[in-house]
Write a protein that binds this ligand. Structure first.
Ligand code: NCD
Length: 354
């Protein structure tokens, strides 16, 4: 495989590489016109998203029958993947694991650094390089922002690189969550993604899902965003700058009720208190950022209510029965969207057709 970007001294020094503008970095993680590593939501353009959604739709259709499942399961039966998830995960881990199984990818896993040689003092970088000796892809979730990117960068400098997929990197990014979130929007809106108002609610400062999903919004026409959060947890300036650069209108408010009636999608999030330094979340009244059953009559008949999950109290469980509550479908969409992504990385997506 021909690497798109030539190795230069800038590319072989992590600090120099890390500082580069995202547009300069992307070719380094791309090969043969396809994603090689999946690290940032900015890697998804509209064409790629549409193609991944079509693959995901086709995969879920053909696998309804044993014949189709057997075909899907043969596509990547010659490959092995490592799932290295050293931060808590239920859905991302299980949906990736099952996405691998759907495509026949054989899997192994580490979910706790106390069971790997990191306890003996091995660096995380050496640990991940070791995985690459045994498998053909690494899917990872790590608490340190930038670590997944660094791993992919390191791998690309070795003579046995393997694709790296980011399953969540600290407070920073969660690109495959953004992929499944936009797949959920695509299915909810029957493929018509333009001209929508998306309302994102909760801890926007520390939530990586809302950060990554916001990046994807540049792919659609006439999108507007409303960010609803406590003052302490407003969206970070880098994301607001991104929106300004791309002429995507947005508003910020602490008054959820004032924007819910205009929303085509409401994206709820929990408070991310695992990132607290000194219990600052306890000082915040999060209850104005809950979606309650009384709100159902205030939102559009076509508005969808989403949540990356896990939820605490942000959405009353009585809301689940409303057809506009799509978060359980969103969760399952993750498995199909991730399977489509893996198929794309290995060039097997062409073989998934209805
Ligand atoms: C999210 C995460 O891990 O960032 N969960 C997920 O992947 N579905 C959201 C969260 O934990 O709040």
């Amino acid at each position: 495989m021909e690497r798109t970007l030539k190795m230069t001294s800038v590319n072989s020094n992590w600090d120099d590489f890390h500082k580069k503008d995202i547009s300069e970095k992307l070719p380094f993680f791309t090969r043969d016109g396809r994603l090689y590593d999946c690290l940032f939501a900015q890697q998804f353009d509209r064409k790629l998203l549409t193609s991944l959604f079509k693959t995901a739709d086709a995969l879920r259709a053909i696998t309804q029958k044993k014949e189709g499942m057997d075909h899907a399961g043969s596509l990547l039966s010659h490959t092995r993947a490592m799932l290295y998830f050293v931060q808590p995960s239920t859905r991302t881990f299980l949906s990736f694991l099952n996405a691998c199984h759907i495509l026949g990818v054989k899997t192994s896993e580490i979910r706790d650094t106390s069971t790997s040689s990191e306890v003996k003092g091995e660096s995380p970088e050496d640990t991940v390089r070791t995985f690459s000796s045994y498998v053909d892809m690494i899917i990872m979730r790590h608490p340190t922002p930038g670590f997944v990117e660094k791993t992919a960068w390191l791998m690309n400098l070795t003579n046995r690189p393997v694709p790296i997929i980011n399953g969540g990197s600290g407070k920073d990014q969660h690109p495959t969550q953004a992929l499944l979130d936009s797949y959920t929007l695509y299915r909810s809106f029957n493929g018509d993604m333009d001209n929508k108002k998306i309302v994102m609610v909760g801890d926007l400062k520390r939530g990586r899902t809302v950060r990554s999903l916001t990046y994807l919004m540049k792919n659609y026409k006439n999108i507007s965003l409303a960010f609803v959060s406590p003052e302490q947890f407003r969206m970070e300036p880098d994301i607001l700058e991104f929106l300004k650069r791309h002429n995507i209108p947005f508003t910020e408010t602490g008054d959820f009720r004032s924007v819910m009636g205009e929303a085509d999608a409401i994206y709820m999030t929990r408070i991310q208190d695992e990132h607290d330094h000194s219990g600052e979340s306890k000082a915040v009244d999060y209850s104005p950022f809950y979606f309650r059953s009384e709100h159902l009559k205030l939102i559009k008949k076509t508005c969808v209510i989403m949540h990356p999950l896990p939820r605490r109290n942000e959405i009353e469980t009585s809301v689940d029965a409303d057809p506009r509550a799509v978060f359980w479908r969103q969760e399952r969409n993750g498995m199909w969207a991730r399977a489509a992504l893996i198929a794309h990385i290995f060039g097997a997506d062409q073989k998934i057709t209805r």
